[in-house]
Design a protein around this ligand. Structure first.
Ligand SMILES: Cc1ncc(C[n+]2csc(CCOP(=O)(O)OP(=O)(O)O)c2C)c(N)n1
Ligand code: SF4
Length: 283
């Protein structure tokens, strides 16, 4: 597949209506925006057949900038709105974009159950290790000991592994990458979108303004460099012993399970059964 040019990506943005964007210069969310648009173009999706659904937060702003059907919903509820959209219009590719707070704190219950149902949706979860938009409060993914505006003496809670949670809850496709590994990210997003079932991509992204500043991690470039050093391709990860895994994390496809019947197919069959029963009752 030839690379997607910047001009083509530009054609998928609401550049004349919604820009300038609200993100801090250097935020990783711009990289993800480009990556997602490239993935949709590479898959040959029609703009009119995509729904991007988000909650609230810096990450939640992303669909606002893309020229497809978008829902800027309420904090923590992107998956509930997306589930409704998908059930009403199964022909759409329905893609949710959530921050770690949005997806795993206030929206954690919805994430578990969307994964359990293996709902036919894509969930892109941006893990910037804090609540970016509201000033750097700690979130379920803030590392142990890290500082946050609500953990000024260091976070005492162990962090949640988003990908492990989704795998345990039943998601059919789970992958992790970072905004540094952008070529891999393009590919994983395309795989998740085309997966039949619940496709999750956890995306590590720097919030240098809040998390980085409070933890003296340097500039966004320093934080990107750290991703480069800490991330290990999943194939190599399998060969590392415990000591060599410390402070690092695997990236790539972490789980993939192909189903014969998807949730939507089971739902459609149930509706058919109910309607047939109704018709029998009337005759
Ligand atoms: C019901 C509700 N509770 C709280 C808020 C305030 N709020 C807005 S964004 C946000 C957290 C955002 O953090 P995250 O989801 O990690 O996304 P990020 O901004 O880091 O991308 C919170 C708590 C809200 N908008 N609605
Ligand atoms: S506050 Fe953090 S997550 Fe939000 S736009 Fe700025 S750098 Fe990005």
């Amino acid at each position: 597949m030839p690379p997607v040019s910047r001009g083509v990506v530009h054609g998928w943005l609401r550049h004349d209506k919604k820009f300038p964007h609200v993100w801090c210069p250097g935020c990783g969310l711009g990289v993800l925006l480009g990556s997602l648009v490239r993935a949709m173009i590479t898959l040959g999706l029609d703009k009119n057949n995509v729904a991007l659904v988000a909650g609230i937060g810096c990450t939640g702003r992303l669909p606002v900038y893309v020229d497809v059907g978008s829902v800027h919903a309420t904090h923590g509820r992107a998956l509930t709105f997306a589930t409704g959209v998908k059930l009403a219009k199964p022909e759409l590719a329905v893609i949710t974009v959530m921050g770690d707070g949005d997806a795993t704190a206030i929206g954690g219950n919805h994430l578990i159950h969307a994964a359990r149902r293996n709902m036919d949706l894509t969930a892109i979860i941006v893990n910037n290790q804090n609540y970016g938009m509201t000033g750097g409060q700690y979130s379920p993914t803030t590392p142990l000991g890290a500082r946050a505006s609500t953990a000024t003496y260091g976070n005492i809670e162990p962090p949640l592994d988003i990908s492990a949670l989704c795998m345990a809850a039943g998601a059919g496709f789970v992958a992790r990458s970072t905004v540094y590994h952008v070529t891999q990210l393009d590919d994983l997003l395309a795989q998740a979108i085309s997966h039949r079932g619940f496709g999750v991509v956890e995306v590590l992204s720097p919030c240098h303004t809040n998390f980085g500043r409070q933890n003296k991690l340097g500039s966004q470039i320093d934080m990107m460099r750290a991703f480069k050093e800490q991330a290990v391709r999943v194939e190599r990860w399998a060969k590392l012993d415990g000591a060599r895994r410390a402070g690092r994390f695997p990236i790539g496809v972490l789980a993939r399970r192909d189903e014969d019947t998807t949730y939507l197919e089971a739902y459609g069959a149930m509706v058919e059964r109910a309607m047939a029963q109704g018709r029998e009752g009337q005759s």
